[in-house]
Design a protein around this ligand. Sequence first.
Ligand SMILES: Nc1ncnc2c1ncn2[C@@H]1O[C@H](COP(=O)(O)OP(=O)(O)O)[C@@H](O)[C@H]1O
Ligand SMILES: [Mg+2]
Length: 258
Amino acid sequence: MTPDSQPANRKATGVSPKAGVILQSQGLKKVYGSGEKSVPVLRDANLSLRQGEMVAIVAPSGAGKSTLLHLLAALDTPTSGTVYFDSKAIETNDDAALAEFRNRAVGFLWQRQQLLPDFTAAENVAMPLLLRGENFASALGMARKWLAEVGLQDRADHRAGELSGGEQQRVAIARALVTGPRVLLADEPTGDLDEENAWAVFELLERLHRAHKLTSLIATHNLALAARCDRILGLEHGVLHTRGAAAIAGGVPGGEAS
Ligand SMILES: Nc1ncnc2c1ncn2[C@@H]1O[C@H](COP(=O)(O)OP(=O)(O)O)[C@@H](O)[C@H]1O
Ligand SMILES: [Mg+2]
């Protein structure tokens, strides 16, 4: 697959040849393990996310969706290839820059919420702010504001473990966005929810995406949800490709890409 743009061009001009690209991967390769037990997952994954896009990745279990999202969020390092944020390569060998990138540039939403069950919803949402050194009162204030945005202001002081699955995922959304990231990476965010809650969570993501001018990349198995995104990507044999919305929605009425 041809990369959308060459890093060499960027270096020469100092300007991305493709205006508005915020997150890009070039030649991403990921092999887990080594020798006979090695598992090749990504072979040559090339992606350009333009500012403001909402893009779905639809691929079967085991295709490498989580692996790709982790690499894009700098939660793991590629075997080879590069991730660019705002046209700058992410320096995977600079711990301080990496921590800064993870905490500020990208919000990550997991399939299972990974909330701390004994802490309140507000404390869970405040956690990324506390990790970056904000004081407790202002972090909690910001957390309450975000809980209101996801419709959970009256649950702020409830322990996370007492909330329903849909509520917990909304807390997780607030936690992913409380730091003000420009990009949201969501790994099957509705995968554990029933249909009604899945739609509610997806509609919330759409609303927040627009209101906060996010760029969002969402891995999902739900074809009807994917069809509401601007674009749909497939991931096959370690390579990303564009998938037609109508084709993957299987003729579902209204199953258009945009
Ligand atoms: N840490 C790991 N060590 C070894 N193999 C892994 C690891 N993480 C994922 N894999 C393997 O990589 C492949 C892709 O996994 P994953 O990215 O989780 O796929 P998906 O999210 O599309 O289901 C799977 O075969 C999985 O077993
Ligand atoms: Mg996965």
